[in-house]
Ligand binder design. Structure first.
Ligand code: F6R
Length: 237
């Protein structure tokens, strides 16, 4: 794993936006994997700024998001559909028909997960996957113990993840208990991965991910085996 250390969130996000833009420019019909959460928020703002400055166009870009909560309508204030529309898609020239997230309202979530995985296979491979890191080492909603070869599936959120994400909801009871998440096997199919990790609270887990044993107890540790991963962080390892 290649680790790039920056001084603060602004620098880290600037680098992440640059890597995404370079990939879009260098690839015909680029397929980009996206994450939600706090970490990539500034990166998406910068992408919008750079689009407004004429530095990048998203018209030929296809996107796949890592995950969506089960049970949330795409318009729900906390759905990842809404997050992506508000942070990025509504502000750039992307064709929304080419932006894919799992459908959290599907009648059969397992079937929806399989459909989403097949779609990635059909339209992919993903040229560049953006990841954030959970405090427990999760990527997507692949919580500790998830098999490394899992495909897109219905994932139960562990209590600590629901607590971490409760900050976006009025009450923890409103945080869904399940999500549809790209599996680790699906994520590892991406040609290139950037893992964005911001803030001292994640220093211990990032050290385990980069320097520790490769174990399903630390889901992101498997990234050590991927041939093209860059960690973009403000943490000193
Ligand atoms: C989001 C996702 C999660 C987050 C992770 C970190 O789509 O898949 O794995 O990347 O929980 O979240 P933040 O950035 O809010 O600390």
């Amino acid at each position: 794993m290649n680790v790039l250390k920056f001084n603060n969130n602004e620098e880290l996000s600037t680098k992440a936006a640059e890597v995404i833009i370079e990939k879009i420019k260098a690839t015909e019909n680029p397929v980009i994997g996206l994450a939600t959460g706090s970490t990539p928020e500034r990166t998406y703002e910068l992408l919008v700024e750079k689009y407004n400055n004429g530095e990048v166009s998203f018209k030929d870009v296809t996107t796949f998001n890592l995950d969506e909560y089960v049970g949330l309508d795409p318009e729900h204030i906390n759905s990842y559909h809404r997050f992506m529309n508000e942070r990025l898609f509504d502000h750039v020239d992307i064709d929304k028909n080419n932006t894919y997230l799992p459908n959290g309202l599907a009648e059969n979530a397992e079937e929806e997960a399989a459909r989403f995985d097949a779609l990635i296979h059909e339209k992919g491979p993903i040229d560049l996957q953006v990841l954030g890191l959970g405090l427990n080492g999760h990527i997507g909603f692949n919580e500790p113990g998830t098999p490394f070869d899992a495909r897109t599936h219905v994932a139960a959120l562990v209590e600590s993840t629901r607590e971490a994400n409760a900050r976006f909801f009025d009450h923890i009871d409103e945080v869904p208990t399940d999500a549809i998440s790209m599996g680790i096997g699906t994520i590892l199919d991406a040609k290139e991965i950037i893992l964005l990790v911001q803030g001292e609270a994640k220093a211990d887990i990032l050290r385990q991910v980069v320097q520790g044993e490769i174990t399903e107890d630390v889901p992101a540790s498997i990234l050590q085996k991927h041939p093209n991963v860059t960690v973009i962080t403000d943490i000193e390892l």
